[in-house]
Design a protein around this ligand. Structure first.
Ligand code: SAM
Length: 378
């Protein structure tokens, strides 16, 4: 394998030389540096001690967790033997010593313990029952095949970080795949990214509930064709019940773009999309803490990260939004400036914000008819 060295955050990582990232024998995607930066900030804000990067590839994520956070024990795992070899090389390069090979593990014991393994992630997580404070699932495509093991391997008050890159199922382009993987009917159209994220979180809430666990969303988002959710577990049957109360459905009228949500275990009407999570997508104080923590960090893309976190901070935490371009198209109206529509709604006393899900959309607590009237009034 021909290698080249890159720097990301505080880590120096050997990655394979390849024409396209998916041709490489071990996977590294530079676009995901922002995902890893945000994950570092989440870990720093949580102060988690035992951390697992279950699908590690080059090891960049786990190495960054070990170098840039307060983690005392960082585990890096990948099923691919070439990835395992590269993880060991990258550990040696970043920590200045060769890991000791012992019982299928490569271990560095310094002020922090770092352990690399070459196992099926499900097997490793099954062996380490209720062990980790934080588990990161960053798979190719869907995280669903690892979810049950992760929910058993993480502590009952731990946190799981989940990436899903299978946007075609979650956004409704491959509806059957979404039903198979997530047991949920996806929505197409302008709301598909938010509904995809809410389907992912809703599925975790349902899986967690069977272990008498609830979930709290610390921060969740859609970006660069992937979904990411940081979910803190809440211990107890009541917490599980509380989480399930946040599940429900969305109804969508393709003629005019009107949506309606319903928090309910079963839908009361036909043509419901879901089930999906209708609870909060962020904890405001937690994001503020992440922003504070960024001052101590050497992130790969600090400016981008702070811009993004500030967008999330300002975003109204209401389910769904009005995409002004789609609304204009569906109702044969002219496209108008977001700021002008927002000003009309604000004058009427409604809350309005932009949303990271779409640059042409607003989130508001105004009903559909008011949003449409604001578009017509201009
Ligand atoms: N987390 C990495 C990062 O931030 O650069 C990228 C991980 S890559 C998207 C997914 C990795 O999962 C691949 O390296 C692949 O070999 C590994 N993988 C796939 N199935 C696995 C399994 N069952 N157990 C462990 N690793 C697995």
């Amino acid at each position: 394998m021909k290698l080249t060295k890159i720097k990301e955050g505080m880590a120096e990582i050997f990655i394979p030389k390849a024409e396209r990232i998916y041709d490489a024998p071990v996977f590294y995607n530079p676009i995901m540096a922002l995902n890893r930066d945000l994950s570092v900030l989440v870990l720093k804000a949580l102060g988690s001690k035992k951390v697992l990067d279950a699908l590690s590839a080059t090891g960049v994520r786990g190495i960054r967790y070990a170098l840039e956070t307060e983690a005392e024990e960082a585990w890096l795992n990948d099923i691919n033997p070439s990835a395992f070899e590269l993880i060991i090389k990258n550990l040696e390069n970043n920590f200045g010593e060769k890991p000791i090979l012992e019982r299928e593990m490569a271990i560095i014991t310094r002020e922090r313990k770092i352990i690399a393994t070459n196992k099926d992630a499900n097997l490793l997580m099954t062996e380490k029952f209720r062990y980790f404070d934080f588990i990161d699932l960053d798979p190719f495509g869907s995280p669903m095949e690892f979810l049950d093991s992760a929910l058993r391997s993480v502590k009952r008050k731990g946190t799981i970080a989940i990436t899903a890159t299978d946007t075609a199922p979650l956004c409704g382009a491959h509806s059957k795949a979404c039903v198979r993987r997530y047991n949920s009917i996806p929505l197409r159209g302008e709301l598909c990214h938010e509904s995809g994220l809410r389907i992912l979180i809703g599925t975790v809430a349902r899986y967690a509930a069977k272990y008498d666990l609830g979930i709290k969303v610390l921060v969740a988002y859609y970006k660069d064709h992937y979904f990411r959710a940081f979910l803190q577990l809440k211990d107890g049957a009541k917490e599980g019940d509380k989480s399930l109360m946040n599940l429900g459905y969305v109804y969508f009228d393709t003629k005019n773009g009107k949506f309606e949500i319903e928090k309910r275990f079963l839908p009361s009407k036909l043509n419901a999309f879901g089930p999906l999570w209708l609870g909060p997508l962020k904890d405001q104080k937690f994001i503020e803490k992440m922003i504070l923590k960024s001052e101590e960090c050497e992130l790969a893309q600090k400016k981008k990260v702070l811009n993004f976190l500030n967008t999330l901070l300002k975003e109204l935490d209401e389910p769904f939004f009005y995409d002004t371009h789609a609304l204009a198209r569906r109702n044969s109206l002219e496209v108008r400036k977001l700021s002008e529509i927002g000003a009309i709604l604000q004058e009427k006393g409604y809350k309005v914000s932009r949303t990271h899900f779409s640059p042409t959309a607003i989130k508001t607590d105004a009903p559909f008819e008011e949003a449409l009237m604001a578009l017509k009034a201009l």
